[in-house]
Design a protein around this ligand. Structure first.
Ligand code: ZN
Length: 213
């Protein structure tokens, strides 16, 4: 089974990806992981990517696709896989379809986690993180200690610049701009499974499994 998991930031994609991976016994393919591994191993594709990154540029679509193509050739992907965070654009989605056409196994489902913008802002702007160990709290749902000192490692607890309300709204706008056409592309193929991502993680997980049945 080949599954793509889509959703804006702050919708718990990581948690749900882990659940899908366990349930369907498919590897979780993340472009971030692939890139990190290629950089660490100094592969030819990794070295190319490094050139762009050192120049402060985005790794171009074509190179990302080459990296994904290499990863999908590995034996653990032969029975299917779960893609998270890729494709991000309809151009990437078309390129991925061409790649999969060569292996005669198309995408089965595109799960779209839907969460209202206001909920995403509440979730992310409330995040408080330990600078040293990365432990996470939430200003409303799981407040950090009053002194803002981490009880585990004594590090400072703070709000990442990325998590300010303005930054979150900006991230949501970028997401909407990029993925609007992507969702349209998959909708036209009848692949979109819409799941309400604003419920509890357990309810979201159950809804995802139901949508894949
Ligand atoms: Zn800490």
């Amino acid at each position: 089974m080949i599954i793509v998991l889509l959703g804006p930031p702050g919708t718990g994609k990581g948690t749900q990806a882990a659940a899908v991976k366990t349930r369907f016994q498919v590897p979780h393919i993340s472009t971030g992981d692939i890139l990190r591994r290629n950089l660490a191993e100094g592969t030819p594709l990794g070295l190319k990517a490094k050139g762009y990154m050192e120049a402060g540029e985005l790794v171009p679509d074509g190179l990302v696709l080459d990296l994904v193509a290499e990863r999908l050739k590995e034996p653990d992907c032969s029975g299917g896989f779960l893609l998270v965070g890729f494709p991000r654009t309809s151009v990437q989605a078309e390129a991925l379809d061409k790649l999969l056409a060569a292996s005669a196994s198309p995408i089965d489902h595109v799960v779209l986690l839907e969460v209202p913008d206001g909920t995403v802002v509440d979730r992310l702007s409330g995040r408080r993180v330990c600078k040293s160990c990365g432990a996470v709290w939430h200003a409303t749902f799981n407040p950090p200690p009053a002194g803002m000192v981490c009880p585990k490692c004594s590090g400072d607890i703070y709000q990442r610049a990325d998590d300010s309300s303005e930054a979150v709204l900006n991230r949501l706008q970028v997401y909407a701009r990029q993925t609007g056409p992507l969702i349209g592309y998959y909708d036209a193929k009848g692949l979109i499974r819409r799941v309400d991502g604003s419920k509890s993680p357990q309810e979201v997980e159950a809804a995802i499994f139901a949508s894949l049945a």
